[in-house]
Design a protein around this ligand. Structure first.
Ligand code: HPA
Length: 267
């Protein structure tokens, strides 16, 4: 853990209280309003030196520390993507701070395109694995042997089971699938989507994978859920755009909130 992360964690505890955080929650495009459901203290990323200047519209760059369904959580209203800075490790400091606040696990959310007809826009997908289609890695340059992070079961089987039972409890369908990370910011071509499908991915997006690698590096358990906003390029006549992503994300956001609340209630 860096000195910087320990210092920031101390500052955050001074403002939000010393009780340890149990879960971190990263909100994807169009899902930022979930931060408002938390009863707690909001801190702008701008007040936390080294936190990303989350500049993507549809994100809400605040860290909210507080209670959701009686569980202490840290909600990251915005994330930095590789395509914003060319840095794959832009979320390293925020995740180090999360670990320093005592978190045991991280739940990531994102907006994604689907390659499965049975997971159409408006549905959610629970990630059970990923394909790093970008070939980039946020641990490049990490000098210690800790960089050799095992990635089997990176998407924690216990958390997945708990999220699936939370969904079932709510009467909601939650398919599992493989997420492919495409660097963006341009969307994929139809040929790339055919390639990614052939390789075994079910959904595609521009985030999450670097954070999963960093979180496993930091010893956090991880789960991730995609809100499907569109069928991937070439799979439907619909035009893909960031505007469309932001407009469609709220369709899944209500279900996502129900699942997360139930998951926390059941802990
Ligand atoms: N591709 C990449 N990222 C995305 C998509 C997509 O189709 N939809 C939402 N985020």
């Amino acid at each position: 853990m860096s000195r910087n992360a320990e210092d920031l964690a101390r500052q955050i505890r001074d403002r939000a209280g010393a009780a340890p955080v149990r879960f971190g929650l990263v909100l994807g495009s169009g899902l930022g309003h979930l931060a408002e459901a938390v009863d707690g203290v909001a801190i702008d990323y701008a007040e936390l030196p080294g936190f990303p200047h989350a500049g993507v519209s549809g994100h809400n760059p605040k860290l909210v520390i507080g209670d959701l369904e009686g569980v202490r959580v840290a909600v990251f209203g915005g994330r930095s993507h590789y395509y914003e800075s060319g840095r794959g490790d832009a979320m390293r400091l925020p995740l180090e701070v999360l670990a320093a606040l005592g978190a045991e696990a991280l739940i990531l959310t994102n907006a994604a395109g689907s390659m499965r007809a049975d997971i159409p826009p408006g549905e959610l997908m629970l990630l059970n694995d990923h394909i790093n289609f970008s070939g980039l890695n946020p641990l490049i340059g990490e000098p210690t042997d800790r960089r050799f992070v095992p990635m089997a079961d990176a998407y924690d089987p216990g958390l997945r089971k708990a999220l699936q039972s939370a969904a079932a409890h709510e009467g909601l369908n939650l398919e599992q699938g493989v997420y492919a990370w495409y660097s963006g910011p341009s969307f994929e071509t139809p040929a790339e989507i055919r390639a990614i499908r052939t390789l075994g991915a079910d959904a595609v997006g521009m985030s999450t994978v670097p954070e999963v690698i960093l979180a496993r590096f930091l010893g956090l358990r991880v789960a991730a859920i995609s809100t499907i906003t569109n069928m991937a390029a070439g799979m439907s006549d619909e035009k893909i755009s960031h505007e469309h992503t932001k407009a469609m994300a709220p369709l899944g956001a209500g279900k996502l909130e129900r699942i997360l609340r139930r998951f926390l209630k059941n802990l």
